[in-house]
Every structure is written in C-alpha cells, then in structure tokens.
Design a binder for this molecule. Sequence first.
Ligand SMILES: [Zn+2]
Length: 92
Amino acid sequence: MTADEPTYLDGNAAAGAMREVFAVDITAATGQCAGCGDRGAFAEARLYVDAPGMVARCRRCDDVMVRVVSTPDSTYLDFRGLTYLRIRTPTT
Ligand SMILES: [Zn+2]
C-alpha cells in the first residue's frame, strides 16, 4: 500500500461482523447520513478497520455514520451518525 491509496475498505467488509448482530445482510440496507443527508447503500460507506472497532464514514462528507466495537462478551453499536437505516424485509 502506498501513501496515495485510501486506508479504508468499502462497507461490504462489515458483512461478517454485522451478520453476528443482524440476521440480515446489512450491506443491502440503505441509510441517510445525519451530517449531509446523503442517501445510499451501506455497502457504499467507507469502512475503517484500523481502530479498536470498525468505523463507517459517509462517502460524501466523511462524517462518522456507524461505529461497531466488540468485546469478549458484548457488541456496541453506535448509529447516531445515521438519520435512518432501512433494512428491507422479505415479503411473503
Ligand atoms: Zn454525509
């Protein structure tokens, strides 16, 4: 990796950790950034994993949208950077 390459992954990289909490594919969810109002698929977020947890930042304004920290007995979710997260439910 060179200094010019981004140090983040895309939101798809969160699938494994998020699957442990949600029984749905979170990368298919859509949300709205509380900072700038940008709407899009969670998979389009910029995911930083070189911290004590994962941080998903807005692709447009770079504000923190989601934080996920796992400890040996708990998972902490911070979604305050999202106005909403829409998870489609299967129809019967
Ligand atoms: Zn934003």
